[in-house]
Write a protein that binds this ligand. Structure first.
Ligand SMILES: [Fe+2]
Ligand SMILES: [Fe+2]
Length: 166
């Protein structure tokens, strides 16, 4: 299932906050944007956790494995904290998992991880723009900074690989 179809399935029209889809109409029964985006963030974190486990198992270079494991531990913290925030807000946290991606080459795996980090950065930036995120601003901002750090370390690995140094 493609990411877009998956989002449409679990979050309906609100997926347009992340991925533009044809209809922009929101149904009256749909949760507020803060709750919907936090649930997308949780699903995304779960997908990233599974993806990092898979990729660190497929990759044999110790330094890269260590980095992916460290990223994965951060994503666990993020997923659990956003879950706690939704409970505090009286909402139901999702247990849906964004479809993890895999591949056969180191380059492809790292590219997928960078794509995941880009999506996480986009999501947390959108959440921070919502007035409801004010109460959790420092925490969510720190998540955004971690995602940016994950991305920059992965980009370093990818460029080292392209230059034949990884
Ligand atoms: Fe994360
Ligand atoms: Fe991340």
């Amino acid at each position: 299932m493609k990411k877009r179809e998956f989002l449409k399935l679990i979050f309906g029209g609100l997926a347009s906050f992340v991925v533009p889809i044809q209809t922009k109409q929101l149904k009256a029964s749909v949760a507020p944007p803060f709750v919907s985006l936090c649930n997308i963030a949780i699903a995304h974190e779960y997908g990233a956790i599974v993806q990092y486990i898979n990729h660190s198992g497929l990759i044999s270079e110790r330094r890269i494995k260590k980095l992916l494991d460290s990223n994965m531990r951060d994503e666990i913290v993020h997923a659990r904290r956003i879950t706690e925030i939704l409970v505090k807000e009286g909402a139901t946290p999702t247990i849906s998992i964004w479809p993890p991606q895999t591949g056969r080459s180191l380059k492809r795996l790292i590219e997928e991880d960078i794509e995941g980090e880009n999506a996480a950065i986009k999501l947390y930036t959108q959440i921070l723009d919502l007035p409801e995120s004010k109460r959790y601003r420092d925490e969510i901002y720190s998540f955004l900074k971690r995602e940016e750090l994950h991305r920059s370390r992965l980009v370093e690995i990818l460029s080292a690989f392209k230059n034949g140094k990884a």
